[in-house]
Design a protein around this ligand. Structure first.
Ligand code: ZN
Length: 138
């Protein structure tokens, strides 16, 4: 039980930590003024570090970091596109060649990609780094 002249653990702003304090004044059943048993400073009774809610002072509760489940979506479509392709049959990219959608293209810079969109003179190839527009049929 808290009583006048008794000890209570509370926040000391001078010591900057929770310490035992002696109760100097009570309001109803709560300490109103205390002095720090360590530095003897008198101050109002603050059960917790200012700025922290009492909830947070309970160790381990609340504030749990969000689980790292929210993984960045992999370039899923690239993996999906390549999944049933035979990379060994990839065509070495040349702007002189003609490509059709679904062709596996081996590019000297971008690596292996899959042709997605084919136009008259351009193809869009999805590489691991993302889609690139290449020329073809030159
Ligand atoms: Zn103190």
């Amino acid at each position: 039980m808290l009583k006048l002249g008794g000890n209570v653990d509370c926040w000391c702003g001078k010591c900057n930590m929770i310490l035992a304090h002696t109760i100097e004044a009570m309001v109803k059943d709560k300490p109103a003024r205390v002095h720090c048993n360590t530095c003897k400073a008198q101050h109002t009774y603050k059960p917790n570090k200012p700025g922290e809610t009492s909830r947070r002072s309970r160790a381990g509760e609340g504030g749990a970091p969000k689980s790292p489940q929210a993984r960045k979506p992999r370039t899923g479509s690239y993996q999906d596109l390549l999944k049933d392709k035979n990379i060994a049959h990839a065509k070495h990219y040349s702007p002189k060649d003609k490509y059709t959608p679904g062709d596996v293209v081996q590019h000297p810079t971008f690596g292996v990609g899959v042709a997605r969109v084919v136009q008259e003179t351009k193809i869009e190839v999805l590489f691991e780094d993302g889609p690139k527009v290449l020329v073809h049929g030159r």
